[in-house]
Design a binder for this molecule. Structure first.
Ligand code: DP6
Length: 320
């Protein structure tokens, strides 16, 4: 039996940083994200009686380092008595570099694992399974603009806007394709124990979520820009004040931020966000995209540019 799934990564505008339950991987805060249609992960699962262990191939190369997390995800969805699997993953963007590859990978893996078991599609269940392995992955189960809420001992995702209601573009300036120095899982656990700003971060998330939700409802770009940049810089302030400090930015990241601030001064509707990596994501309106690409491409240290509109929920198919 074989199943395939394709899923898109998502970037948070109102971020998740910190866990309220590490064993269940439940986030400490609610979050809001954009699903990115231009970036994807394709995941194939082949179940076989011939295998003696799981095998993982990412972009054509055997991958040992991510195998245990992938096997753990398959155990969760399929049960521990499952057959071993060959998992073949293909990604059209750099992985483990702060471009949310875990969100597209684990959402695709959960969808493919359920498909291979012939399980009926269930977005909330799939989101909690994906979130159990990687918090941000839960949001990739829906397209457009997505909210993730903490509900008692689980999470719930909701689409706030579909891909056509408010089309947004994301210009991604890649400033370093290398693997990040510390994983977000490890870094956020360090933050929760050592940053003096951590409790303030948690306490102030609700107002940011409310403001962003309202901005999406009213399609108010300026409102969304202000609260997103504020929330992003707050998360990075928690990272910077973690012991030992976690600094994902490089010089080009900062130069891109200044360039985006200059563009804003000249009246361009654009704002920045950064995650656990040095890449800059500039959110803009589709009609402004070309000017943003041109400006960011001029900056020293920008290696390449990717663009994306909003993307849809994952898709899957099966084969005997
Ligand atoms: C900075 O989802 O990678 O991208 O649940 O430990 O796998 P784990 O963390 P992960 O963290 C994402 C953090 C972030 C912000 C966000 O996507 O909300």
């Amino acid at each position: 039996m074989q199943a395939m799934a394709q899923s898109h990564p998502n970037i948070a505008l109102i971020k998740y940083w910190g866990k309220r339950d590490t064993a269940k991987n439940l986030p400490a805060v609610d979050s809001l994200s954009l699903t990115l249609g231009g970036l994807w992960t394709k995941m194939r699962i082949d179940l076989s009686n011939q295998l003696e262990c799981d095998e993982l191939i990412i972009n054509g190369v055997n991958n040992e380092s991510n195998l245990s997390r992938v096997s753990q995800c398959l155990d969760l969805v399929m049960g521990k008595n499952r057959k071993f699997a060959k998992i073949i993953s293909e990604c059209n963007f750099p992985i483990s570099a702060g471009l949310a590859s875990s969100s597209s990978s684990f959402s695709a893996l959960v969808v493919a694992a359920n498909a291979v078991m012939n399980k009926k599609s269930d977005t909330q269940l799939f989101a909690s399974q994906a979130g159990n392995i990687s918090g941000s992955a839960a949001r990739s189960l829906l397209g457009g603009i997505v909210e993730l809420k903490n509900i008692s001992n689980t999470i719930k995702i909701k689409q706030l806007s579909n891909v056509t209601r408010w089309p947004l573009s994301v210009v991604i300036a890649i400033t370093d394709k290398n693997k990040k120095s510390i994983s977000s899982s490890k870094a956020m656990n360090l933050s929760s124990h050592s940053s003096p700003f951590y409790s303030a971060w948690i306490e102030n998330q609700s107002p940011d979520m409310n403001e962003a939700r309202l901005a999406v409802k009213e399609k108010d770009f300026a409102k969304l820009a202000a609260v997103s940049e504020h929330n992003c810089l707050k998360m990075h302030s928690v990272m910077w004040t973690t012991k030992p400090s976690v600094v994902y930015w490089n010089a080009a990241t900062l130069n891109c931020m200044h360039a985006i601030r200059d563009l804003q001064q000249s009246g361009e509707p654009v704002f920045f966000t950064m995650d656990a990596g040095p890449q800059i994501k500039a959110v803009c309106l589709p009609e402004n995209e070309t000017r943003i690409i041109k400006r960011l491409a001029e900056i020293d240290g920008v290696e390449s540019i990717m663009t994306s509109s909003l993307g849809e929920a994952p898709t899957s198919s099966t084969q005997l």
